[in-house]
Design a protein around this ligand. Sequence first.
Ligand code: DGL
Length: 280
Amino acid sequence: MRQTLSTAPGPIGVFDSGYGGLTILSKIREVLPQYDYIYLGDNARTPYGTRSFEVVYEFTRQAVSKLFEMGCHLVILACNTASAKALRSIQINNLPQIDPQRRVLGVIRPTVECIGNITHSRHIGVLATVGTIKSESYPLEIHKLFPDIIVNGEACPLWVPLVENNEANSDGADYFIEKYINELLSKDNQIDTVILGCTHYPLLLPKIKQYMPAGITTVAQGELVANSLKDYLLRHPEIDAKCTKKGNCTYCTTEAEAKFSESASAFLNKIIDVQHIALE
Ligand code: DGL
C-alpha cells in the first residue's frame, strides 16, 4: 500500500543498525555541511550482521519507510550489512510502490569504485560482518569493475558488539582485533589493501592500526561515501532540489534516548539531543 508522504523537501536520511553509521554521517557532514540530516540507529535491534537475509531486509525496509515518513526523499544505508542484504530488494520491490521518485543508496558501491586505484598488488582483503561476507557482495561488486583483483574476506562477529557496548578501547578488545586481522592476512600474503567493510569498524581504528602490518593500507568508507554522495547530488539536481539545506541534524534511535545520547555524544565530541522512535 502506498504511504501518504509529504512532497515538501526534507533532510537526507542516514540509517545504520547502531552507532556505526555515525562514522559515515560525520564525513558526509564535513563534505556537505549545508544539508539537513536525520540519523536513525536501530540500536535496540543491533547487531544486524548475524541476522538472516529476511530479517535484515524487513528491519531495513521499516527504517527506510520511517525516514520517508519523516520527510526524507533520499536515504543512505550507512550500513554494509543492510546495503548487502536489503538495498537491492528495497529498490526493486518497495520503492516502486512507496514512491518511485525517492532514492535509497548504499555504501558498498562507492567503496568498491575507489579500490582499483588504491591496491598495487591487486590482492585485497575485506573485514566485515558475517552477513556481508556471506553475501559475497564485495567480491561480486569488485569483479564487475576490476575482474583482475583477488578478494579475500574475513567475518569479524565480535567487533560490532565491542563498539555497541563501549568496549572499543578496552584491553579486552585487543585479542579479537588481532585475531581477525591475522586470520584475514593468513589467507593471502600478497594483500596490500584492507577494506573496513562495516561502518562500525572505524570506531576501532586505533587498535586496528596497532595490529595491521605496516605497508597495508586500511580503507575506511566515510570519505569515499561522502564524496560519492556529493557527486550524486551534482549529477541529480532533481533529487538535490528535494533536500533541505539549513545545516541541521536530528538523531533518532530505537533504543533509550539517554543511552544513545551518552555513547553518540562521546563519539561526536558534543552533546546531542536524541529522539526515540519505534520501528514496525
Ligand atoms: N554497521 C553495520 C555494517 O556496516 C552493521 C553492523 C551490525 O549491525 O552487525 O555492516
